[in-house]
Design a protein around this ligand. Structure first.
Ligand code: URQ
Ligand code: ZN
Ligand code: ZN
Length: 471
């Protein structure tokens, strides 16, 4: 099975040059002048288009059991929808219930993900602590290729990790050469504010952002970063949504601490006015945590992405349809939290990032693919266009136009936070593991074709020591 992508402009995180890409058996074999490629190779004419590494979304929740229901997008439909947007790999999450054996939860998620059309990997959440968790973290790193452990500082009485759990888990992650990640919202503060608002009779979706002020994110981000500084473990802050969190990430990075930041395409473009809608279902459809913020936070997040304080973009693709969101009618704290976007992230970022001049095409590649691959230790297998890399590529037509709509998207959800947005730039072809999985609007996803991607622990050279971070 060989494929020749001819005549495109290759864009990596480091370089832009005219050239061909020749792939065989799912791997890139040659880059540059591939005139001597086999005559029977399948050909994609990439003239006038960019050839970039396939997108890697570091933050999805396919078919997540959450808040009494299950996310409507599963591993097959979600990875397939990603193909339609140029995304070829996801890093999803194993989220054990408190007191649930980590390996049992991990096996459950591995089973669910068998149906994936595209490649996938897992962060594993540490939601509780005892010696078995410590043990299982070692097994996950050493035998299962997990090198990142998630901590939800929000969701009290559910999956929230206490400071004690966070401390033990951070220590263990450092021992294992793993990185820690956090959902940084102070769960106690959110819980108290939720109770207070409900008592005052504020029970609609407008209460959601009121219960999760920027300060709740700033405090948690600061606390988690300080824990990581003392322990000496690299930390990655997921879905950074506020100036408050951005400032603490920037300060820590300027102090030489190994801190990474992620931003969602949604938080860059959707603001908190959505929660003021008189249409309950419209407002509820936007309930995700952290909530969409006031415009000044978006401007700061763009600057954070452009300036390197934030290194990756994601979607937090966690879909719930209107009947599921209805569970929160009368009590906003019961609206299942989550929104979609895996199909739109790259086109949205190209339109509002590259086409506006905020990001160069090379920076676009860095923040949609390569940086994630480097931070989570799957580069240059992923996020690269070089011989030996997986043949995960997107042939990007900068002139393609589309109006985003739930009526036409491939995602299994009845809503789009980008509804009506006109985007310019999109995949004419997506190639995953050397196969054309999306071609000129036709999706060719195959259920079960996706592979579990192991992510080895970083070598000791990756993580700065605690001492080095306190110099
Ligand atoms: O918090 C998360 O990242 C998961 C539970 C998805 N939901 C959300 O609102 N972000
Ligand atoms: Zn989260
Ligand atoms: Zn999430």
């Amino acid at each position: 099975m060989s494929l020749l992508i001819k005549g495109g402009t290759i864009v990596t995180a480091d370089a832009t040059f005219r050239g061909d890409v020749y792939c065989e058996d799912g791997t890139i074999k040659a880059v540059g002048d591939c005139a001597n490629a086999p005559a029977d190779a399948e050909i994609i004419d990439a003239c006038g288009q960019y050839v970039m590494p396939g997108g890697i979304d570091p933050h999805t929740h396919m078919q997540l059991p959450f808040m009494g229901t299950v996310a409507s997008e599963d591993f097959f439909t979600g990875t397939a929808a990603g193909f339609a947007g140029g995304n070829t790999t996801i890093i999803d999450f194993v989220i054990p219930d408190p007191q649930q054996n980590l390996m049992e939860a991990y096996r459950n998620w591995r089973g669910w993900a068998q149906k994936a059309a595209g490649d996938y990997s897992f962060h594993v959440a540490v939601t509780w602590w005892d010696d078995s968790v410590r043990e299982d973290m070692g097994t996950l790193v050493r035998e299962e290729g997990v090198n990142s452990f998630k901590h939800f500082m929000a969701y009290k009485n559910a999956i929230m990790a206490t400071d004690e759990t966070m401390y033990h888990s951070f220590q263990r992650a450092r021992e294992l050469g793993a990185i820690v990640t956090v959902h940084a919202e102070n769960g106690e503060l959110v819980y108290q504010l939720q109770q207070e608002l409900l008592k005052k009779g504020i029970n609609g979706p407008e209460g959601h952002p009121l219960s999760r002020p920027p300060a709740a994110e700033g405090e948690a981000a600061h606390r988690a970063i300080k824990f990581a500084e003392v322990v000496g473990v690299p930390i990655y802050v997921v879905h950074t949504s506020t100036i408050d969190a951005l400032d603490v990430i920037a300060l820590a990075r300027n102090n030489g601490q190994q801190v990474y930041g992620e931003v969602l395409a949604g938080h860059l473009l959707v603001d908190d006015s959505v929660y003021q809608s008189k249409d309950w279902a419209f407002a509820a459809a936007h309930v995700m945590s952290p909530p969409f913020r006031a415009k000044e936070h978006q401007a700061a997040l763009w600057k954070g992405l452009m300036g390197g304080t934030l290194q990756t973009t994601a979607t937090d693709h966690c879909c719930f349809c209107a009947p599921q969101k209805d569970a929160g009618r009368g009590d906003f704290s019961k609206i299942p939290n989550g929104t979609g976007g895996i199909e739109d992230r790259m086109a949205v970022l190209w339109t509002h990032g590259v086409n506006t001049g905020r990001l160069t095409p090379q920076e676009f590649v860095a923040v949609t693919s390569t940086n994630t691959a480097k931070i989570f230790n799957i580069h240059p297998r992923k996020g690269a266009i070089a011989p030996g890399a997986d043949a995960d590529l997107v042939v990007w037509d900068p002139s393609a136009t589309r109006t985003i709509s739930a009526r036409t998207h491939h995602q299994s959800v009845d809503f789009s936070i980008f509804e009506g947005m006109e985007v310019t730039g999109g995949p004419s072809h997506t190639v995953a593991h050397g196969k054309i999985v999306f071609a000129k609007g036709e999706l060719r996803a195959v259920k079960g074709a996706g592979r579990y991607i192991k992510r080895p622990a970083h070598n000791p050279m990756f993580a700065r020591t605690a001492k080095a971070q306190r110099l």
